[in-house]
Write a protein that binds this ligand. Structure first.
Ligand code: A2H
Length: 254
């Protein structure tokens, strides 16, 4: 466990249309409320480049009452943490689960990624999503996250095996920043350089992640959005603040 807490930004990805496998029990429990998939990220400045949303197909999630009108989809662990961080409308420490949801159920669900250049993206399965980190929901930015890039390529290669409609994985990586070392598609470049063959190459992916993160943070320049032309270091807290101000994100620490 880290000594210092990680400061995540939890971004709200609004459900626009359920995928084919969502149970009628879940739909009934939702009624007319808005459902948000809530993804924890350390890279708020990359949100322009969201192409998908990942969940662990075997993980357990729930829909939790964030307010009178909104249900949030995340893990039980994250809901408890958020309740204690005063994120919900309910009194501190109080959280209410409306219904349980299995990750596999929501594959193919269409969501709206906040600040995304592409306004409608699909939920896909990722093998390595940890129940013990963040919200268990990961927004996919394949331009800058090697894990996201490699997973997207795996899914495109074997859509039948992963039981997905190829159209759900059809959005290409979108450049959000540029660096001297890796150009404007750091994840693809590093996956090629390090010969990363699958999302299961966890050791090389960890190395690629570290390299992309450092180069992006210290040498990156934004190529899209309100802070285009500014350094990533400067843009990062500004994009985060915009997400918070717009009600599209909340701080989340663990
Ligand atoms: B990051 P750290 Cl563009 N299981 O967001 C696996 N991975 C998870 C997760 C979980 N339960 N919850 C969050 N994550 C991912 C964007 C991003 C991220 C980019 C580049 C790198 C990157 C888009 N995906 O992460 O172990 C989320 O992906 C590498 C730092 O707490 C989150 O930020 O450092 C990151 O891992 C948090 O990982």
């Amino acid at each position: 466990e880290a000594v210092n807490p990680q400061e995540y930004t939890a971004v709200k990805m609004k459900v626009l249309e359920w995928g084919p496998d969502v149970s009628s029990e879940v739909k009934q429990a939702v009624g007319g409320k808005t459902v948000q998939l809530v993804a924890a990220t350390l890279r708020p400045e990359t949100m322009y480049g969201q192409t998908n949303c990942f969940v662990g197909p075997n993980l357990d999630y729930g829909l939790y009452e964030a307010s009178d009108s909104e249900l949030w989809l995340l893990t039980d662990r994250a809901a408890r943490n958020m309740a204690y961080q005063g994120t919900f409308a309910s009194p501190e420490g109080v959280f209410k689960k409306v219904v349980s949801v299995k990750g596999a159920e929501i594959i193919g669900t269409k969501v709206n990624p906040p600040f995304g250049v592409v306004p409608e993206v699909y939920v896909l399965p990722m093998e390595g999503v940890l129940a013990t980190k963040g919200t268990g929901v990961v927004t996919s930015v394949p331009s800058d996250s090697p894990d996201d890039y490699r997973t997207l390529m795996d899914l495109r290669k074997k859509p039948e095996m992963y039981k997905i409609d190829p159209k759900w994985a059809s959005v290409d990586p979108i450049s959000v920043l540029s660096t001297p070392k890796y150009g404007d598609m750091a994840a693809e470049k590093l996956c090629t350089e390090l010969k990363i063959q699958s999302q299961r190459d966890v050791k090389q992916l960890a190395e690629a992640k570290e390299l992309a993160y450092k180069e992006g943070f210290y040498s990156g320049v934004m190529t899209v959005g309100d802070f285009k032309g500014e350094s990533v270091q400067d843009a990062k807290p500004k994009v985060r603040q915009q997400l918070l101000d717009a009600g599209l994100g909340v701080p989340y620490a663990e």
